[in-house]
Design a protein around this ligand. Structure first.
Ligand SMILES: Nc1ncnc2c1ncn2[C@@H]1O[C@H](COP(=O)(O)OP(=O)(O)OP(=O)(O)O)[C@@H](O)[C@H]1O
Length: 671
């Protein structure tokens, strides 16, 4: 779309609703708007008619400010869009995007109430407008769910949302698609009536030539000129556009050269008006004081409240999904406590016992009886985790070892238990070694009684400083696993939120209604905080009460750290959501970091085992110091005065701030 869409302003139409000067906008190499000039007079319907792909939607998006222009200047209702203190985006503009931009889980009433809240209408005002719009747009009952409405009904609800607050400027992108002719006529009649007051201006795109006649100013965006009638021009332009799209494969194929403007009430036999060069004029300078600027930047509680209520209503409408979200972490942590880190059971070990001593006095039989019942002793047949072998003279040689000061190597060897292990599974092999040592110690205690110390190893393990001698691997894994589950579930909850809303046009619609990127971000954070809080309470109940994982420290600190890790997950999810456009890529990004982060954070295996270069990377990850901190609180009973505890909080808070700022910046840059 190039050059001028200037409507000749008739006498008395000095004021304008929208003015675009030298506006340029491209998608990559595709130039869609080139030095575009446009003036929409105040109190008129300004129709944009043109073939598909000529740039009508792009132009509207630039006017409402959801697309940034690469050059030029736009003034909407006196000021540039998003100028501090200006209510565009905001209450002054009603925008109906081409996409339906409706929440499917909402009823008609929820939808209008939501936009009413954002525009600051009282519930009485919203109710009155709702009653009018339901009647006017022939909508079904207000408690009907949007997802159960027909395509045309949804379109009308979307139009209703744009008309709700009686805006001064209506920007409607193909509002009558899928609407029956009777209602279409009624909608146009309504538009004609509201502009009559002189206070409301409408800019509208359409493909229907017959309804476009009712616009006060009709701009035909086309690559042809000097045609005799509107019909001819439109048909010619559509044909040309079709030919262009089949013949031209260059990236510039969507750029149109000329446009035609039809003032209202024209005789269709009149020639199409050609447009001259844009008037040379100065761009008006708008100033604003610092207070207004600060007010503009600061998030509004009203908008955050409306967005949080919106998320809550959507959750309420999907109880199955909500229950799943609450139960999933409990299922995950229960599976970890049940299946990870416990001692192996039912381990088969073969015994080759050549000890010739009678069974009643055989040391080998006695020693085997002290083995834990998790080990099944079987006569050697192959396919066992280990083989325990006793020599012919095991009992007599071991007696000699105990009673005599000096014995030969042969006696030492014959009086030893020989063990051959299958060490392909290190955990099972280590457990078998530990069990055999314990059985031998118990055997010695039994045989020697108070003199057992004579046979003890010269290394004595005293009572542990922290933890207990029976601490299993589950105890090590659980704190990190809890943090990791809170983090990833939160990532999962938020990674798709903006992606879907952006795709459905909801993000743009809320932005035009006056919701800022920071408000969107904070609202997501607050509503997801509710979900992760329930998840965390349920997880803690299970690990502390059902699985009896010890907690020697402050429960408050434990909860705080897990919630903060959940916030890290939410903020990271928001970064993905803000930066990525499609679900598949967002899912890949969320899943892609799962294993590297889990492994590098020392959650399933200590960080001390990681090679040095990777260890430095591990230490800056959000969960490495946090897991260590949680273990210190729970198992050592430490508080915030300890560096190993506060370091976990500091790193978590640092990541939260970084991710939230990054997500806000990305979202701001992309809207
Ligand atoms: N996000 C985008 N990225 C790349 N190209 C885009 C994007 N959006 C639109 N375009 C291209 O810009 C051109 C103008 O698109 P636009 O949606 O503004 O056309 P339109 O006149 O509104 O079409 P329609 O009447 O079918 O809605 C098209 O060639 C389109 O392919």
């Amino acid at each position: 779309m190039k050059e001028d869409l200037e409507a000749p302003l008739s006498a008395g139409h000095e004021s304008f609703a929208i003015k675009c000067r030298d506006v340029c906008r491209s998608y990559g190499k595709l130039k869609v708007l080139t030095n575009l000039n446009l003036t929409v007079p105040q109190g008129q319907i300004y129709g944009l008619l043109g073939p598909s792909g000529c740039g009508k939607t792009t132009l509207l998006k630039c006017i409402v400010g959801t697309l940034k222009i690469s050059r030029g200047h736009i003034t909407v209702l006196g000021k540039p869009p998003a100028f501090p203190g200006h209510e565009v985006p905001g209450k002054m503009v009603g925008y109906m995007p081409q996409e339906l931009a409706l929440y499917n889980e909402f009823t008609i009433s929820d939808t209008l109430t939501f936009f009413g809240r954002i525009h600051g209408l009282t519930s009485k005002e919203t109710q009155a407008r709702m009653d009018f719009l339901i009647d006017f747009l022939h909508l079904p009952q207000k408690h009907s769910l949007v997802r159960n409405l027909s395509g045309g009904q949804r379109r009308r609800v979307s139009l209703g949302a744009a008309l709700l607050q009686n805006p001064e400027l209506l920007i409607l992108d193909e509002p009558t698609v899928g609407v029956d002719p009777v209602l279409r006529a009624k909608i146009w009649q309504h538009l004609v009536e509201i502009v009559k007051t002189g206070k409301v201006s409408v800019i509208i795109t359409t493909h229907y030539i017959e309804e476009a006649r009712q616009a006060n100013v009709l701009v035909l965006i086309c690559p042809v000129c000097c045609l005799q009638t509107l019909e001819h021009a439109f048909l010619q332009l559509c044909e040309t556009s079709d030919q262009n799209s089949t013949q031209e494969s260059s990236s510039e194929s969507g750029t149109l050269e000329k446009d035609q403007t039809f003032p209202n009430g024209r005789d269709e036999s009149e020639p199409i008006l050609a447009v001259g060069p844009p008037p040379v004029e100065e761009v008006p300078k708008c100033t604003v004081d610092w207070k207004e600027r600060a007010r503009h930047i600061l998030p509004k509680g009203r908008n955050i409240g409306a967005l949080v209520i919106k998320t809550m209503v959507r959750m309420k409408r999907m109880p199955g999904s909500l229950c799943f979200q609450f139960l999933l972490p409990v299922i995950q942590i229960s599976l970890i406590c049940l299946c990870v880190g416990g001692d192996p059971k039912g381990i088969k070990v073969a015994v080759v016992n050549n000890d010739t001593s009678p069974a009643s006095s055989s040391y080998s039989q006695s020693l085997l009886s002290f083995l834990d019942n998790s080990i099944s002793l079987l006569i050697y047949k192959g396919e066992y985790w280990g083989v325990i072998g006793f020599g012919q003279n095991f009992t007599s040689y071991l007696t000699k070892r105990i009673l005599q000061r000096q014995v030969s190597k042969e006696v030492i060897d014959g009086g030893s238990v020989h063990v051959w292990l299958d060490l392909t599974n290190r955990q099972i092999g280590l457990m078998l070694q530990k069990q055999l040592h314990q059985a031998f110690q118990t055997f010695i205690d039994y045989k020697l009684g108070s003199a057992a110390y004579l046979a003890a190893l010269p290394i004595k393990f005293e009572e542990p400083i922290y933890g207990s001698l029976n601490t299993d691997f589950t105890t090590y894994v659980t704190p990190g696993a809890v943090l990791s589950i809170s983090f990833y579930l939160a990532v999962g909850l938020t990674a798709l939120s903006f992606v879907l809303e952006r795709k459905e046009g909801l993000l743009d619609r809320c932005w035009v209604a006056g919701v800022s990127s920071m408000e969107t971000m904070l609202a997501h954070l607050f509503s997801q905080l509710f979900v992760i809080s329930v998840q965390i309470v349920l997880m803690l109940l299970f690990i502390l009460l059902v699985f009896k994982i010890p907690n020697e420290g402050s429960l408050f600190l434990v909860v705080c750290l897990i919630v903060l890790q959940g916030v890290t997950g939410i903020s990271f999810g928001l970064v993905i959501s803000a930066g990525i456009d499609d679900e598949q890529s967002a899912n890949q990004a969320a899943l892609g970091i799962f294993y590297p982060n889990l492994i590098l954070s020392g959650i399933i295996w200590p960080v001390e085992c990681i090679p040095y270069p990777l260890r430095y990377l591990s230490l800056v990850l959000p969960q490495t110091y946090a897991s260590e901190s949680l273990r210190c609180i729970m198992y050592r009973g430490w508080g915030l005065s300890e560096m190993m505890v506060w370091r976990g909080f500091a790193v978590t808070l640092g990541w939260n701030t970084f991710f939230l700022i990054l997500a806000t910046v990305i979202l701001k840059l992309r809207t």
